[in-house]
Design a protein around this ligand. Structure first.
Ligand code: FPP
Length: 234
């Protein structure tokens, strides 16, 4: 059976979803969390092993203070209300991103949830928070230097062990909602051979059926990884 091993999602369009309804942008983010819960459930039911979602980028600090504060609080509140259920559903929760500038309470919650879910193996949910793809590569380079690795010993496999999640497999399917067709500094290393699926729907309108459609579309694609079609036939 065809299934992508690792799906990554750029959940875009919360603000526009809210504005079009005459609601404050916060309402779009709140609705976004509800949809995320449904998509996690569907991903887990399909048997997909890794899901990485972009919840807050290193660039999102440029938003007005009140929106940044709201997103930080929303993450804290969502963790308080949802992680028990995720953990009881055998979901392992990891955070990727720079943690140093997050609030102390949030950092502690992140540590706790990672610890209490670490033995779960049904689905690994990575929450990219204060995450940037370039920042991750820079942090990995610093890590390599701090560990005194010699140039001759560095390969792609070795380097990937210094990323935020050393055992994270490459993304096979990237989904972006909200109509834009760009990567926005998400998982630059892990997306090297990903198939891209762009949806015009705003994130709060994305459904479990839409996820299923994206997976079906992925399964109908021919992936060559730089090789040739039916290369073994010649
Ligand atoms: C993009 O929509 C969305 C975000 C920057 C945040 C994504 C967060 C969630 C879906 C909620 C889950 C996250 C937490 C914190 C629990 P946008 O605001 O860029 O929408 P726009 O492009 O329409 O303005």
């Amino acid at each position: 059976m065809c299934l992508p091993k690792h799906i990554a999602i750029i959940m875009d369009g919360n603000g526009r979803w809210a504005s079009e309804r005459g609601l404050p942008r916060q309402e779009g983010h709140r609705q976004g969390v509800k949809i995320l819960k449904k998509i996690i459930k569907k991903t887990s039911e399909l048997g997909i092993k890794y899901l990485t979602v972009y919840a807050f980028s290193t660039e999102n600090w440029k938003r007005p203070d009140h929106e940044v504060n709201f997103l930080m609080k929303l993450m804290e509140r969502t963790m308080a209300s949802e992680t028990d259920e995720l953990i009881s559903n055998k979901i392992k929760i990891n955070f990727i991103g720079r943690r140093d500038c997050l609030a102390k309470e949030l950092k502690e919650k992140i540590k706790d949830v990672e610890k209490s879910s670490r033995k779960n193996d049904r689905l690994t949910l990575n929450i990219a928070f204060n995450y940037g793809g370039r920042a991750e590569i820079i942090d990995a380079v610093k890590n390599v230097i701090d560990n005194d690795l010699q140039a001759d010993n560095i390969s792609e496999d070795v380097f990937s062990k210094y990323l935020y999640q050393p055992d994270l497999p490459d993304v096979e399917l990237l989904i972006r909602t909200g109509g834009d067709k760009r990567i926005s500094n998400f998982l630059l290393w892990q997306l090297a051979y990903a198939e891209m699926f762009f949806s015009d729907k705003y994130w709060p309108d994305f459904s479990a059926d839409d996820l299923q459609n994206a997976v079906t579309d992925f399964c109908n694609r021919e992936r060559r990884f730089g090789g040739l079609k039916n290369a073994g036939d010649n």
